[in-house]
Design a binder for this molecule. Structure first.
Ligand SMILES: CC(C)(COP(=O)(O)OP(=O)(O)OC[C@H]1O[C@@H](n2cnc3c(N)ncnc32)[C@H](O)[C@@H]1OP(=O)(O)O)[C@@H](O)C(=O)NCCC(=O)NCCS
Length: 348
């Protein structure tokens, strides 16, 4: 280890643990109890370096889908020594033909059951894509989760929606971002998937977010955001948020949730006193549910870029098993942290 590396590690050890550090610790603990396998259907340098760190730090067991001979050359060039045979799966290798063909048939049957007419050849083309094959490995419980999407061609959405599917009672998967700045912690949803959710879908996003936040070890206090608080404005967009709040409350009466509510009334106690004295949130919401993808996606980027918060995610939520999407600009540390979150999602 170089002197620079040594001091970097020492500095990291000495600073107080962040929320993300604690997530990593929990993942290590869970992985020690029973090994958690995460499929990586991409072989970019960032992914390989992250997989090496994930294995070294005992966060999970990576399973990389790729051509072994090519990967061996790259790993050698990168001087990565801990990702040998058992961590690499060449899904198109002749030796793997039986499993490949069984996945093709199973996927074909699955699509047929879902009312989608595809041919066996079309199923074969899809299953030959590593992100589809990876989702089948998760579906068949060979692996426990998957992380993909550092490239636009390997985004995991369709394999996740078509193979893993949403949990019963969850109409749509959604995306959550963890926002952290020193001791401040907020969860934003949906910032990734649903462009203009209906009131029913918005209610489901709130309920699914409550589950994710609880799984990560925090009590959710949910604000259903709008440009109106307690009927201060009248518009169909406000009505949608009001209805979504009512539906979420009906489904989960024990939840701490309020809406429709403006952002300031949701997170600033003094403003809450003025605008909604009776709010169960008391201006201390930690889960912000945005009315549509415009506000959600723009909102988290404002907080990240102008507010100096670290954005971690997006976490794909509402699926039967954890499949997560990587931002195309993800760093090695981003991948490692998302792997830890993926392990925590396996507790369901
Ligand atoms: C997520 C997204 C890519 C899906 O688009 P799509 O592939 O055109 O979706 P389709 O409507 O054709 O649906 C494809 C399948 O996925 C399913 N699906 C789509 N969105 C889903 C969701 N949020 N949750 C679960 N399933 C979903 C559909 O039911 C459909 O299933 P089927 O093939 O069994 O019928 C699309 O909603 C989108 O572009 N969202 C915005 C993403 C974005 O730009 N985010 C901002 C940057 S992160």
């Amino acid at each position: 280890m170089s002197l620079k590396e040594h001091f970097h590690r020492l500095k990291k050890k000495m600073r107080p643990k962040t929320y993300v550090d604690k997530i990593v610790d929990k993942a290590i603990h869970l992985n020690a109890d029973s090994k958690k396998v995460i499929v990586f259907p991409e072989t970019d340098v960032i992914i390989l370096k992250a997989c090496s760190a994930i294995l070294k730090r005992k966060i999970a067991i990576p399973l990389i889908i790729g051509k072994k001979a090519e990967l061996d050359v790259t790993l050698d060039r990168l001087r990565i020594r801990n990702l040998s045979d058992p961590y690499i799966l060449d899904h198109l290798d002749e030796k793997n033909k039986a499993q490949f063909e069984s996945f093709v048939t199973e996927f074909y049957d699955m699509r047929k059951k879902d009312g989608k007419e595809i041919s066996l050849d079309e199923a074969r083309v899809l299953i030959s894509k590593p992100q589809y094959y990876g989702a089948m490995l998760v579906y068949k419980s060979v692996a426990d989760g998957m992380i993909s999407g550092i490239n636009s061609e390997t985004k995991p959405y369709n394999p996740a929606f078509q193979i893993i599917k949403t949990k019963s009672g969850v109409p749509k998967a959604s995306g959550m971002m963890i926002m952290e700045r020193e001791h401040e912690l907020l969860f934003f949803a949906d910032i990734a998937l649903n462009i203009n959710p209906t009131a029913e879908e918005l209610a489901a996003i709130a309920l699914t977010s409550a589950t994710t936040v609880s799984e990560l070890g925090t009590e959710p206090k949910i604000a259903m955001l709008s440009f109106s608080t307690r009927d201060s404005a009248k518009h169909e967009m406000v009505e949608k948020v009001k209805l979504a709040t009512k539906l979420a409350k009906e489904k989960s009466p024990e939840l701490i949730i309020d809406g429709e509510i403006q952002l300031d009334a949701a997170i600033v106690p003094e403003v809450a006193l003025k605008k909604c004295k009776d709010s169960v949130l008391h201006g201390k919401a930690n889960v912000l549910i945005f009315p549509d993808l415009n506000s959600g996606n723009i909102g988290y980027k404002l907080v990240q870029r102008l507010g100096g918060f670290k954005a971690l995610g997006p976490i794909m939520q509402g699926l039967n098993k954890p499949i997560n999407d990587l931002s195309r600009g993800a760093s090695v540390e981003d991948v490692v942290e998302l792997a830890a979150i993926t392990v925590l999602q396996m507790q369901q």
